[in-house]
Design a protein around this ligand. Structure first.
Ligand code: NAD
Ligand code: ZN
Length: 364
């Protein structure tokens, strides 16, 4: 088993990663002195696929378990869903010792985490991520929150879990498209911080989508290690944590310009990373051989849905209204080479426009 520590003083916690670790959940909670009643927040589908293992592990450790079922489509990542959870917690007479277990993908994790952060001014919670994206990214680092009709993740809190329990076996039921969506984020970690990780994905990518057990676990461990290292150094994203936004500047704009309907998050980031590489190449910060190598790895993973339906200025406009652009500086995370990125402030607008135009023109 790999255990990775997110080092945040008295709010430090462990990420436990191993095939089959789900059945150790009860033991892990007990070891943390989390002995209050457990409320699992999850979706109907995830509970029906994997709930029995989690519940029986918690019961075996003598923990009493209730479940709160929510809908986990992006449009339900809302205050209405949070209120639903509050009401259920109140009916269940939750108290400050009640432990919330967020059992699902990034949507469940963000919503349940935010409910935990705010109900009774904070209940302990544990993340048990069930998608690849959640295991390597969203369950780690304490960003919780929901969307408003006017924008994504506009309401939220930094609130760290007490543990993350990531069982790669849960991914066996994940639809292929969602699995690939997580792989794009894994490529992101390789490019920003680790050539060996990038090579692992690049060389084994044709097997990873078939979820070869050992390499998959190895990859999840490496991604989680990078995320926890970055979060440990910069919990609230004052500088270093921004590198995790590689591919996200234009990726988020693509997602919102298409109303979160055409692309999964990872697919939008796939396009966003290619665009960032083209931009870095144009600004003479990234050798073209390196840019082509990364773009090739992204393209071989799966066919990204075409961007043909968008005009360059639609993407550009959405980029400017993103909450990360309040100061109006065109700031991008751009690679120098695989394993190293830099935060570039004041990227010329014309360069972004040119790259978008060329890329959209070449879309199938
Ligand atoms: N908090 C953070 O730091 C952070 C980081 C990245 C992304 N996010 C957020 O994460 C969300 C996306 O998360 P996601 O990619 O995990 O998608 P998701 O939560 O929408 O889940 C995708 C789909 O997979 C299904 N599913 C989940 N686990 C499954 C399993 N084991 N087997 C079969 N089906 C399963 C879900 O029911 C859902 O339909 C976005 O809202 C994004 O904003 C948060
Ligand atoms: Zn992301």
């Amino acid at each position: 088993m790999s255990t990775i520590i997110v080092d945040l003083g008295n709010r430090s916690y462990s990420i436990h990663i191993r095939n089959g670790i789900l059945s150790q959940s009860g033991r892990i909670l007990r070891a943390l002195n989390l002995s209050g009643d457990v409320v699992i927040v999850s979706s109907k589908l995830i509970l029906s696929l994997h709930g029995h293992k989690l519940v029986s592990s918690l019961n075996r450790s003598g923990l009493s378990v209730e479940t709160v079922v929510i809908q986990d489509e992006e449009r339900h990542k809302s205050l209405a869903t949070v209120e639903r959870i509050y009401r259920q917690l109140s009916l269940l007479r939750a108290n400050r010792k009640t432990v919330i277990v967020a059992f699902g993908g990034g949507v469940v994790g963000d919503v349940a985490g935010f409910a935990a952060a705010s109900y009774l001014r904070g209940l302990p919670y544990v993340q048990v991520p069930t998608t690849l994206l959640a295991q390597i990214d969203s369950a780690i680092g304490g960003k919780t929150g929901v969307n408003l009709p006017s924008g994504k993740n506009l309401v939220g809190a930094f609130y760290q879990p007490r543990a993350v329990i990531a069982d790669p076996m849960l991914l066996s039921t994940l639809p292929q498209r969602e699995f690939c969506s997580g792989l794009y984020e894994a490529i992101k970690y390789g490019v920003i911080r680790s050539r060996p990780l990038f090579q692992l994905i690049d060389q084994k990518h044709s097997r990873l989508p078939h979820r070869e057990k050992t390499s998959l676990e190895e990859m999840i461990v490496e991604c989680a290690r990078i995320k926890s290292e970055v979060v440990s150094q910069d919990e609230t994203e004052s500088e270093l944590r921004m590198i995790l936004n590689y591919g996200h500047t234009l990726g988020h704009a693509i997602e919102s310009a298409t109303h979160y309907e055409r692309f999964t998050h990872g697919e939008a980031i796939g396009h966003g990373m290619i665009l960032a590489n083209l931009l870095a190449q144009q600004l003479l910060r990234l050798p073209s051989s390196e840019a082509e190598h990364i773009n090739d790895c992204i393209r071989r993973l799966s066919r990204l849905p075409s961007l043909k339906i968008l005009r360059w200025n639609q993407i550009f406009r959405h980029m400017l209204t993103d909450k990360k652009f309040v100061d109006r500086h065109l700031r991008f995370v751009l690679p120098r080479h695989v394993g190293k990125v830099e935060i570039v402030k004041d990227v010329p607008q014309l360069a972004v426009e040119q790259v978008l135009r060329t890329y959209l023109h070449a879309q199938p």
